[in-house]
Ligand binder design. Structure first.
Ligand code: NAI
Length: 415
């Protein structure tokens, strides 16, 4: 049996995925009936434009730059999927002003960060990287000096969000006592204890791991004073963002022996590309694990990210749902209802958010005497996203009239 007719043939919806996004997401989009082209690498300049100028959807990771000038050339583009957490590579405002919804996947790699953190907590307690390095140099140093079990130690977590809370559960399963500090009131998982001040957490933890976002309030939040408050012989981990911890203060504390070790995955100045040189005040220090911002970089995270973004793009294409969009108002929409094997007609309209637009749209519906069975609206300061489920008989004409309203940015119809 051939698939039911839709407002636009799915096989003519062109999706271009760049930068080798994981194949699971590609397969999910192909299974949904869309036409998908993939590229292993990033593209730029003319090559990028040539490849994406007819695309309805573009999927990228962190390298492809989608600027205002690029969007200018892509008049069919409906949405961008960032198959990563970061969104700096996209001109979000330009995309929003054209009614292009941008999606990303901010939390799909959080398990990977939590697992790296746990691995490092054990590795630091056993001086694992230092011992391995010595043996690679031909030095046999069989000794228990400075090696500890993690069982029974107190782990202090700063930021009890997606990552911090997973670290908490994993650490408890190793027999650690877990306490955390978060600026928001958070439900403790397992036996973790919430403490009321960051100072209390810093003074009473054997290991501290930081999992807060980069924000005005967290920049430089962990410096000389906080490190001085830590227990002698404690460990400090930062797998969150490079702006949070003062690395010079960390180096001084390791050199003086106040801290027994540290692990850092994120730095104030990170090289833009693999292969570029890197320097840090922490290089060459004993029992300090340095990793090149790979906390969230695993094959499993790539797969989870690709499925998450593919799902968001599919819901946007098929239903108009913008949940998880980072630059346009979020509207979570139900499936369109069916009658006589036909879906109600859904009109999706991005418009400039100025007074009077809704009136014009409602007037257009009233003039056509059209029955509206559902209406959904969200706005931000710049744009509004209005979705109308309309009686099929006159919806095409309503779509045309809404599209013609001066403030309309882009209007789609789905059935
Ligand atoms: P999240 O948003 O789920 O949790 C962050 C938590 O920090 C929230 O509960 C928030 O209330 C809390 N918080 C904010 N300001 C605070 C403060 N001043 N003191 C205490 N708590 C505060 O974020 P998620 O997903 O857990 O990520 C945490 C960090 O990890 C972010 O900086 C993120 O960028 C970073 N990250 C690093 C990766 C890597 O590759 N190393 C990969 C993924 C995320």
């Amino acid at each position: 049996m051939s698939p039911p007719e839709t407002s636009f043939p799915k096989s003519q919806i062109e999706i271009v995925l760049l930068e080798g996004t994981h194949e699971s997401g590609t397969a999910a989009l192909v299974d949904s009936g869309f036409s998908v082209r993939t590229h292993k690498g990033a593209l730029e300049d003319k090559a990028l434009i040539t490849e994406i100028k007819r695309a309805h959807i573009v999927g990228i990771r962190s390298k492809t730059q989608l600027t205002d000038a690029v969007f200018d050339q892509c008049d069919r583009l409906l949405s961008v999927g960032c198959f990563c957490a970061g969104i700096n590579q996209v001109d979000l405002e330009s995309a929003a002003s054209r009614g292009i919804a941008v999606f990303n996947s901010p939390f799909s790699n959080t398990r990977s960060v939590a697992e790296l953190t746990i691995a490092e907590i054990i590795a630091l307690h056993r001086k694992l990287t230092a011992r391995s390095h010595a043996l690679h140099q031909g030095i046999w140093d069989k000794s228990a000096a400075g090696s500890h079990e993690v069982r029974g130690k107190t782990l202090g977590i700063i930021g009890y969000g997606h990552i911090g809370s997973q670290v908490s559960i994993l650490a408890e399963s190793l027999g650690m006592k877990v306490q955390f500090f978060d600026t928001l009131s958070k439900l403790s998982l397992g036996n973790a204890q919430s403490v009321s001040s960051i100072d209390e957490l810093v003074r009473t933890s054997d290991v501290i791991t930081i999992h807060v976002p980069d924000a005005d309030s967290t920049r430089s939040m962990f410096g000389k004073d906080q490190i001085a408050m830590m227990k002698p012989g404690a460990y400090l981990l930062n797998n969150a963002r490079g702006s949070i911890v003062d690395l010079d203060a960390m180096r001084d504390a390791i050199e003086s022996g106040h801290l027994a070790g540290a692990a850092v995955d994120v730095f104030p100045d990170e090289p833009a590309k693999s292969g570029e040189s890197f320097s840090s005040p922490l290089q060459g220090l004993d029992n300090v694990i340095l990793t090149p911002h790979v906390g969230g970089s695993t094959i499993e995270a790539q797969e989870t990210i690709s499925l998450d973004v593919a799902n968001k793009l599919t819901r946007f294409l098929n239903q108009g749902t913008t949940t998880g969009a980072v630059n346009v108002p979020e509207v979570d929409l139900p499936e369109q209802h069916r009658q006589d094997d036909q879906r109600s007609h859904r009109i999706l309209n991005f418009h400039r958010n100025v007074p009077g637009v809704l009136n014009k749209i409602h007037e257009a519906a009233a003039e056509l005497n059209i029955n509206i069975s559902g209406q959904y609206l969200q706005t931000n300061a710049q744009i509004g996203y209005l979705v109308l489920d309309a009686d099929p008989s006159n919806a095409a004409e309503l779509h045309k009239r809404i599209n013609a309203i001066e403030e309309s940015i882009r209007t789609r119809i789905l059935w």
